[in-house]
Design a protein around this ligand. Sequence first.
Ligand SMILES: Nc1ncnc2c1ncn2[C@@H]1O[C@H](COP(=O)(O)OP(=O)(O)O)[C@@H](O)[C@H]1O
Ligand SMILES: [Mg+2]
Length: 266
Amino acid sequence: MLDVRHLRHTFGAGPDAHAALDDLSFSVAAGELACVVGPSGCGKSTVLRAIAGLLAPGSGDVLLHGSPVRGVPADLAFVFQDYSRSLFPWLTVARNVEFPLRWRCARAERRDRAQRELERVGLPDVGARYPWQLSGGMQQRVAIARALATEPALLLMDEPFASVDAQTRFELEDLLRRVQRERGTTVLLVTHDIDESVYLADRVLVLTPAPARLLADLPVGLPEQRDQIATRESPAFVALRAEVARLLRTRSPGARSPSGGRSPTA
Ligand SMILES: Nc1ncnc2c1ncn2[C@@H]1O[C@H](COP(=O)(O)OP(=O)(O)O)[C@@H](O)[C@H]1O
Ligand SMILES: [Mg+2]
């Protein structure tokens, strides 16, 4: 579904040049939920922007359904960390969710679909309110509803739960896994939270410090049904989070994993 091949990108030029991506390659299969973890500033948001067609990489390719991405693909949605700046404050919640549908279907259908999406994220009664009248967690639910309204094949999420409290974060993680399973949406989610990456993902992609390369590609063999307390206590979870933490402590950019395999340092 998604193929990232040999992406390189440098911001600026000359002595101020900053290499953000260095030969970064990975792929994500249809229906998979993959998490990207890496140190702050390593290039995680940059790779999402390249996949979304918001940034033309210096070299390399992004293939979606086998075709190169040139500009923003139609069947892609993006959820950002900062919900307060991504929802439109002058539109009601229902109108926000309807917004991406305005070029796709008629008014009555848009209204029905928006209401269904809001129900799916546990907000059946807030359509007439404005985003700023809702809590941060509720606003992020609205952002997820809006992103899923168009039934995107690929959902990109950049630290979507980093600005909410711990309890809300757990609820949103479970919500995301549930709707992702129900819809079969392919999700690529960036987080700096190791536990979150292991809890959510089918696969964890670990990046090196800048410039980002793939350090390890770890399958998460945890059961489908996850529970915020029991799963996080399970030996498999604890072992995997320790492995990711060890990898993130690796400072030598030479420790490169064979593509698709476990890191040699693991
Ligand atoms: N538009 C830009 N111009 C110059 N440098 C940038 C730009 N965007 C990001 N960078 C730099 O590239 C590096 C990677 O940024 P980013 O992808 O946002 O990191 P992450 O999301 O992993 O924290 C950072 O050092 C950042 O300062
Ligand atoms: Mg970022």
